[in-house]
Design a protein around this ligand. Structure first.
Ligand code: TXA
Ligand code: MG
Length: 340
């Protein structure tokens, strides 16, 4: 299945397929989604099968506008309206108590539902033309790197998806921020482009954040079933390494294994790394966090496709601004430990 340019005819065809319970991959501003009619449990089960995803990992339902929240949520708290009005269309998913009609196949058996209005024009045109909700996880095989280009979807799921709409490269590049509003207090379940501080400023209250596993990882101990420690991972073993230890790490690794690739920060640490025999490829990432996020998955995928023995990832600063990047990297990579 080759991606097709998302013109009006393609959107019309996509809607027809969705109504037939088929799978349509489409671009969002975060990553590409693997979509099915959220009101059709049979169609939704196809998503799980195509991804190889356990059926108890809930899906986000994509909707066309804020007003559609009422079709899916049992009650709509004031906080949900405030966040939706401020950030939708945009990279924010809200977890709310679900309406009894929402199929349990979508929510992984839970009594809550994830909702978001994506900001990509193709996603919005598709949602408007379809008229209902589209359940869509990222269009990758379970636990693999999310796709940020149509070609990535073809690589991952080309055999199983019925249509891939090509809307270019995703602008944000990492998955949406997820805020759980189904309990007494709002909780950040997954960091994303919309930051904790931005959300707190709207809600005028602090978000609960699941306690970090350790200061070192800044990774969240996540309650959402799909958000386990290993996720978004390349097939190749990947290790995070502080900038000042890169030269030593490369030296050590070149003694042991054959082929290494580096995902380097924009700074100059990489210039101090000597080009050893086994160092096959260095990707220099953009210096600003937005650019880094946009390029992250495509770069990891590029390195993964080189069939290296190891990907070394230069560790970004452990600051709030880099929280989302660190979260994803901690799920993709382990920490470099000196061998001697
Ligand atoms: O940016 C995004 O959110 C992308 C695009 C396609 O919209 N979608 C995405 O979907 O990342 P997925 O399935 O790869 O990740 C959604 C996460 C999962 O980890 C899932 O566990 C969590 O959202 N989630 C969905 N519904 C939930 C619920 N009712 N309660 C708790 N977590 C939920
Ligand atoms: Mg995913």
């Amino acid at each position: 299945m080759k991606p097709i340019f998302a013109d009006d005819a393609a959107i019309e065809y996509a809607v027809k397929l969705l109504r037939q319970g088929r799978l349509v991959a489409f671009p969002t501003e975060t990553v590409y989604g693997l979509g099915a009619d959220a009101s059709n449990p049979e169609a939704v089960r196809r998503i799980f099968k195509a991804k190889g995803r356990p059926v108890d990992h809930p899906l986000i339902v994509h909707i066309a506008c804020v007003n559609s929240i009422n079709d899916w949520a049992l009650t709509v708290p004031e906080a949900a309206l405030q966040l939706a009005n401020r950030f939708w269309p945009g990279p924010l998913a809200l977890i709310l108590n679900k309406n009894p009609d929402v199929p349990l196949a979508v929510t992984g058996g839970q009594d809550t539902v994830g909702l978001r209005v994506p900001a990509h024009p193709v996603a919005l045109r598709l949602l408007q033309a379809f008229g209902g909700g589209i359940a869509a996880p990222s269009a990758n095989r379970f636990c693999r790197i999310s796709p940020t280009q149509a070609a990535h979807v073809e690589e991952e799921l080309g055999d199983t998806v019925d249509l891939i709409l090509d809307g270019g490269a995703c602008q944000v590049g990492v998955e949406s921020t997820i805020v759980d509003l189904s309990g007494n207090q709002p909780r950040l379940l997954r960091p994303g482009h919309i930051t904790r501080l931005e959300i707190e400023a709207v809600l005028q209250t602090e978000l609960l954040v699941n306690s970090p596993q350790s200061d070192q990882t800044m990774s969240l101990e996540l309650r959402a079933p799909g958000m386990m420690a290993v996720h978004y991972a390349p097939v190749t073993q990947a290790m995070l390494c502080p900038s000042d230890r890169l030269p030593e790490a490369i030296g050590e690794l070149s003694l042991q294994i054959k082929k290494v690739g580096i995902l380097a920060l924009g700074g100059d640490a990489i210039n101090r790394v000597s080009t050893e025999n086994g160092l096959i490829r260095i990707i220099r990432m953009p210096e600003q966090v937005e650019g880094y996020a946009q390029a992250l998955y495509a770069s990891l995928r590029e390195l993964d496709n080189l069939h290296l023995d190891m990907i070394l990832v230069e560790q970004p600063p452990r600051t709030e601004a880099w929280r989302t990047i660190n979260d994803r990297l901690c799920k993709a990579a382990s920490f470099y430990q000196p061998l001697i």
